[in-house]
Write a protein that binds this ligand. Structure first.
Ligand SMILES: Nc1ncnc2c1ncn2[C@@H]1O[C@H](COP(=O)(O)OP(=O)(O)OP(=O)(O)O)[C@@H](O)[C@H]1O
Ligand SMILES: [Mg+2]
Length: 389
């Protein structure tokens, strides 16, 4: 998948370039750890995007500055049709803003909550979408580390993309201290604070496939400790007699090989090719899926909100807490603002279309004179002002 990873971008925090005023806020579509996710419309182009808004004071309260800066830096390097791509990132005094591809099919958690289980055909299709995305990031040495239904979003045709790179990392040998993730989907080596590799994402994939098959996860519990105890107590295995009607033995084998507690026994240890060549995918038309020509066996309900509006609009419980009041004061200080330096981002493609919009607005004679200037701009810098947004 020859996608570009060396795309040029601007690191300038020039808030005069793009701000939230360049977007019309439609409605809240999701709730993240630090703020809401909005459906927005870019005023200049009428294009729809998702805007993830993150309150700086909440980021500070949760000691997560490095996590949000990390997400912005990784998203700047990634671009793929099975990921939710970043278009812009900017900030004001109180908030960070990320402008992402907007998908309106809802996240997988929402669909699990009303559908509970999926068919084998649907599950295989979901797995293929996630494998394509993981193959891309893993080949770049990036491990997502938080693959779970909340972080898999559908488009209206039923194709799935990965979101949320908050705890993703470029792989290093010594990463046993990186323990975050979500219990239930977290591989045991992460839970037990051991060094880990790309196969943690394949463990999560197995858990999701198991959940599609049975409507519950293989390792469960009321809290983190209970889940940990469960996972450490025994290796779950789907036995032949447990396979639900309509499911094949190959599907069960694929899932069994992914939910292996020991990474050395897990499918995908040496890369995604192991998953792609598993017998469950024999005769599977990968090219039709990669090019999105294949028809998805699961199409999210159309003409309705595919998210829980009550949950998405729920206020934060910490709103009036002393900790938040303290962080709100801290955010006003220059040395705290400096922590978010370098957050600004725009894709070169947006810059290019800004150039073409500007070019079409300038008379031909002047255009020639200005040409060298305009084309030598390496960033979405001050000369372009607010034209594009
Ligand atoms: N691009 C998008 N299109 C549609 N819905 C989205 C999009 N991005 C996020 N959402 C919705 O908003 C929810 C929260 O987003 P996200 O996972 O990025 O936040 P988060 O879990 O708090 O991440 P982080 O921990 O990095 O802040 C998602 O589970 C999803 O339902
Ligand atoms: Mg998330």
């Amino acid at each position: 998948m020859g996608n570009c990873v060396t795309e040029q971008h601007s690191d300038k925090d020039d808030v005069s370039v793009i701000t939230k005023t360049h977007f019309k806020f439609k409605y809240v579509i999701g709730k993240g750890g630090f703020g809401k996710v909005w459906k927005v419309q870019q005023k200049k182009t009428d294009g729809y995007f998702a805007m993830k808004v993150m309150l700086k004071s909440r980021i500070l309260a949760k000691r997560s500055v490095s996590s949000v800066m990390n997400e912005r830096n990784l998203l700047a390097k990634l671009k793929h049709s099975f990921l939710v791509n970043m278009h812009f990132a900017f900030q004001d005094r109180e908030n960070l803003f990320v402008i992402l591809d907007h998908l309106d099919g809802g996240d997988m958690r929402y669909h699990i909550s009303w559908k509970k289980k999926f068919t084998e055909e649907q599950t295989k299709f979901f797995m293929s979408n996630i494998i394509i995305a993981l193959e891309y990031i893993h080949n770049l040495g990036v491990v997502h580390r938080d693959i779970k239904p909340e972080n898999l979003v559908f488009d209206s045709n039923g194709y799935m993309r990965i979101i949320d790179f908050g705890i993703a990392r470029v792989l290093t040998q010594e990463n046993h201290k990186d323990t975050s993730g979500t219990p239930g989907y977290m591989a045991p080596e992460v839970m037990c604070r051991q060094n880990h590799g790309i196969s943690v994402d394949y463990f999560a994939l197995g858990v999701i496939a198991f959940e599609c098959m049975f409507g519950k996860r293989p390792y469960y519990g009321k809290n983190r400790k209970a889940i940990r105890d469960h996972i450490l107590s025994k290796q779950v295995k789907i036995k032949r007699q447990d396979i639900p009607k309509g499911w094949s033995i190959e599907a069960a084998d694929f899932i069994n090989k992914l939910i292996q507690r020991k990474p050395v026994n897990r499918l995908g240890l040496s890369g995604p090719k192991e998953l792609i060549s598993h017998p469950w995918f024999a005769d599977f038309d990968w090219e039709a899926v990669k090019s999105k020509r294949a028809i998805s066996p699961f199409v999210p309900p159309q003409n309705k909100d595919n998210f829980d509006t009550k949950y998405a609009n729920e206020p934060w419980k910490d709103e009036d807490s002393d900790l938040m009041k303290k962080q709100n004061e801290l955010v006003k200080q220059a040395h705290i603002q400096a922590l978010f330096e370098g957050y600004y981002y725009t894709r070169l493609s947006e810059y290019s279309s800004a150039v073409s919009i500007i070019r079409s607005e300038i008379p031909a004679r002047k255009r020639k004179k200005n040409r060298n200037n305009a084309l030598s701009l390496s960033t979405y810098g001050s000369n372009l002002n607010t034209k594009e947004a």
